[in-house]
Write a protein that binds this ligand. Structure first.
Ligand SMILES: Cc1ncc(C[n+]2csc(CCOP(=O)(O)OP(=O)(O)O)c2C)c(N)n1
Ligand SMILES: [Mg+2]
Length: 556
């Protein structure tokens, strides 16, 4: 369907730009204002787009990033030129690594000024992050720049920054052709069907191998192929696993192993290491899922994906490629899979019992006073928080513990951690809350990560969000101290003490509680549910409980 929007003659450039953004289906603008973007932002929000104002430009972009991830739309943010833009570098690189479509309107210093204190050459900075930069200088092409920005964001799934000099924004446009949004130009394809020759190769490999694991990624969710994944695993007597972003997809299945990769549960990891054949569906099978090559060393890998790339993160992704939509690829395999396979797989009651063990890692550590084991803290959170609430997971050492929540659908688990930056938890939680206004959000974050952008607690209060912030507080940069200890160097610079984060939250107008024992969770949960106001739980966790990923580092 072709849609077009009229832009009246004698419109100011900033108004025409805002009008084009609206025509691109922008419904929320995440912004921090300055000379370079205030007219644009004001024009956009007075015409009905919701403005969400952050306290740091990085956070505005990070909110838009998670908003895009949670809605499937293009995230839209705006920052001023110069210092506004330089603040966004980490957010842009993060969105690039995670393949998130984002359009950032940045403004640029005035083109006619002989001197402007905030001038900086913006394009090289943006391009260095892997994002695309559009310098909007021609009046004739002004709204085309918006279309191009959204087109690139949508088709290449990456951030695009549009910079328009602030004096140019004040010029008046002559009559314009009606605006046609980027979606009018994006070709619509039918689903990719697999080539039968490749299907035969996949079937031969499945027939020859004994122990099969079907690993599902985001493509399975997009194409609705969960049932087919289970059917294939059932037919082979095999196991099911997922990538981190769709964790929880097979938690109901007796042979669902959980996450494949560094975040695997102990029982899952043991079985993943035994696999003869992996059918990786709707996933690029990247470095995280293969645990940096520690998994699947001698495993035959069949990849079913719409964009198989072959070499992923420096490693051969698979041996056999089915270039296909996840559901179509699996249906083709299932249709031609012999009903009786020569090998029966490796399902048994004993294996099912091992998988059902609720503990991801049973390693013992010396107990410490007045703190809780982070594994027990996450289990306690899992018991009290309803399964359909939105979970937001952050980065840092504690992210492993938070990923071990069970029985929660991947649609309710919000995680972006490809770039590994800390400091995004609050912004991501706000992005989800804006995307899903009827839901209650639970953020699990580290103390170091929270402190990096604690100013956004003010945004949480101002927006009146239903947000529970669970801080796994070890009083340190846990990721760093454990590695520093393992490497035999001083941990100076990575230990801060636990502080009083509950009081800090109260200072921002939120509710706050300190947790030092597991018995506190049920009562605190009831109070949170009943008040519905944003609250921070400062959970004092033991600082000596390490994750399997961290212990693997120690053995390097
Ligand atoms: C922006 C950024 N700066 C520094 C780092 C290095 N780093 C990785 S994890 C981490 C510590 C995070 O501390 P916290 O949020 O308390 O989580 P913990 O590791 O203690 O569980 C740091 C500093 C990073 N990943 N990203
Ligand atoms: Mg910490």
């Amino acid at each position: 369907m072709t849609t077009s929007t009229d832009i009246a003659p004698d419109t100011k450039v900033y108004e025409a730009l805002a009008s084009a953004f609206r025509a691109e289906d922008t419904d929320v603008l995440f912004a921090l204002l300055g000379d370079g973007n205030m007219h644009f932002a004001s024009s956009l929000t007075t015409s009905g787009v919701r403005g969400v104002y952050a306290r740091h430009e990085h956070c505005a972009c990070a909110m838009a990033t998670m908003y895009a991830n949670a809605t499937g739309k293009v995230g839209v943010a705006s920052v001023t030129c110069g210092p506004g833009l330089t603040q966004t570098m980490t957010a842009l690189a993060t969105a690039v690594q995670a393949g998130i479509p984002l359009v950032v309107f940045a403004g640029e210093s005035p083109i006619k000024a002989a001197f402007y204190n905030q001038h900086i050459d913006q394009a090289p900075l943006v391009v260095a992050t892997g994002a695309h930069y559009i310098a909007g200088r021609s009046l004739e092409r002004m709204t085309d720049y918006v279309r191009d920005a959204f087109f690139i964001a949508r088709t290449e799934r990456r951030p695009v920054v549009l910079g328009v000099p602030l004096d140019v924004q004040q010029l008046t446009l002559a009559a314009q052709a009606p605006y046609r949004p980027s979606t009018d130009f994006i070709p619509q394809f039918s689903k990719d069907l697999p080539n039968p020759v490749d299907v035969d190769k996949a079937i031969d490999a499945i027939k020859a191998g004994g122990k099969v694991v079907v690993i599902a990624g985001k493509g399975v969710l997009r194409s609705g192929a969960e049932t087919e994944c289970e059917q294939l695993a059932d037919a082979c007597g095999g196991m099911l696993a997922t990538t981190l972003p769709v964790r929880g997809m097979f938690d109901h299945h007796p042979f669902g192993l959980g996450i494949s990769g560094g975040y695997a549960r102990a029982a899952g990891r043991k079985l993943l290491l035994e696999a003869d054949v992996v059918v990786a569906v709707g996933t690029s099978l990247n470095n995280f899922t293969a645990d940096s090559g520690k998994l699947f060393k001698n495993t035959k890998i069949i990849q079913v994906d719409t964009r198989p790339v072959g070499l992923k993160h420096g490693r051969k992704a698979a041996d056999i490629y089915l270039h296909a939509d996840a559901k179509e690829g699996l249906k083709a395999i299932l249709n031609r899979l012999p009903s009786v396979l020569p090998a029966k797989g490796w399902r048994s009651e004993a294996v099912a019992a091992e998988i059902a063990d609720q503990a991801a890692d049973r390693t013992e550590f010396v107990s410490q006073p007045d703190v809780v084991d982070p594994r027990d803290a996450v289990a306690a959170i899992d018991r009290v928080i309803p399964k359909d609430w939105e979970i937001v997971n952050s980065s840092g050492h504690c992210a492993y513990f938070a990923a071990q929540l069970r029985g929660r659908r991947p649609e309710n688990f919000n995680v972006i951690r490809e770039f590994g930056a800390i400091g995004n938890g609050l912004s991501y939680a706000i992005g989800v809350a804006v995307a899903k206004p009827d839901k209650t959000i639970v953020l699990l974050d580290g103390d170091g990560s929270l402190m990096m952008h604690a100013q956004e607690l003010e945004t949480v209060r101002r927006l009146g969000l239903r947000l529970l912030i669970c801080v796994l507080n070890d009083g340190a940069y846990g990721s760093e101290i454990h590695k520093m200890h393992a490497d035999g160097i001083s941990d100076e610079g990575a230990v801060f003490g636990r502080g009083d984060l509950a009081a800090m939250a109260r200072g921002f107008g939120l509710r706050g509680a300190k947790i030092t024992g597991l018995d506190q969770f049920p009562m605190l949960f009831e109070a949170f549910r009943d008040t519905g106001q944003a609250e921070l739980w400062d959970i004092h966790i033991a600082d000596n409980v390490t994750t399997p990923v961290m212990r693997a580092h120690a053995h390097k």
